[in-house]
Design a protein around this ligand. Structure first.
Ligand SMILES: Cc1cc2nc3c(=O)[nH]c(=O)nc-3n(C[C@H](O)[C@H](O)[C@H](O)COP(=O)(O)O)c2cc1C
Length: 187
């Protein structure tokens, strides 16, 4: 029996919960973006798909820069807040404690991991624009390391699933990548 055709909105896998930061009309603004991914190794490049109507997009296009901030589960309320309010109506510039790196892009101090990016490609689609940015700097708080290595359990980053629309914490490690497959006897 074949599987049933499902609603195309169904997008089953986990996504990152990322807060995109930019300046619009000189003021910091933040929005949630879950359609995010790393897309190039060297230089490190990331993509985000942002709705053509979002206020943030105006700032990103004007400044040719944006930040990606990866919140921990303890930041769930303020994260969702910037995902359900628009900078057109609400001043979101003080929701987070901000710092600046080498560019004029606002980064969130309280997020365990943040990246400042310059916009390198932009593809306008029907209702979203695919933004590709090159990372200028990435920031990880000192308290998130164990034995000199970034520690995911200390960061406790938040992930997201589309249906039902929910934020999740990471589960447990199920295998060592580039390694567990070596024990798979296929042939
Ligand atoms: C869980 C969640 C995920 C979201 N993912 C995206 C996304 O991937 N792309 C996007 O354009 N908007 C996404 N949004 C919507 C924007 O964050 C939201 O419309 C925000 O208010 C835009 O802010 P702005 O108008 O100040 O730019 C998401 C919102 C939530 C709550």
């Amino acid at each position: 029996m074949k599987p049933d055709i499902v609603d195309q909105e169904f997008s089953p896998y986990t996504m990152a919960s990322v807060i995109i930061g930019t300046k619009v009309e000189q003021k910091p603004n933040f929005m949630v973006c879950t359609w995010v991914s790393r897309v190039n190794r060297n230089p490190p490049m990331w993509m985000a798909s942002v709705n053509n109507k979002h206020y943030s997009l105006e700032g990103i296009k004007t400044n040719q820069s944006f930040s990606m901030n990866f919140p921990s589960t303890s930041q769930v309320k303020e994260t969702d807040y910037v995902g359900i309010t628009s900078g057109r109506k609400v001043d979101k510039s003080k929701v987070f404690e901000i710092f600046y790196g080498e560019t004029d892009v606002p980064l969130i101090k309280t997020c365990p991991f943040s990246i400042e990016l310059t916009l390198t490609h932009s593809i306008r689609m029907q209702d979203h624009t695919l933004l590709v940015g090159t990372a200028q700097n990435s920031y990880l708080g000192r308290e998130y390391y164990t034995d000199g290595l970034p520690d995911m359990s200390k960061m406790d980053l938040m992930i997201y699933t589309g249906i039902p629309a929910t934020y999740w914490s990471l589960g447990k490690i199920v295998g060592k990548a580039f390694s567990v497959g070596q024990d798979f006897n296929y042939l």
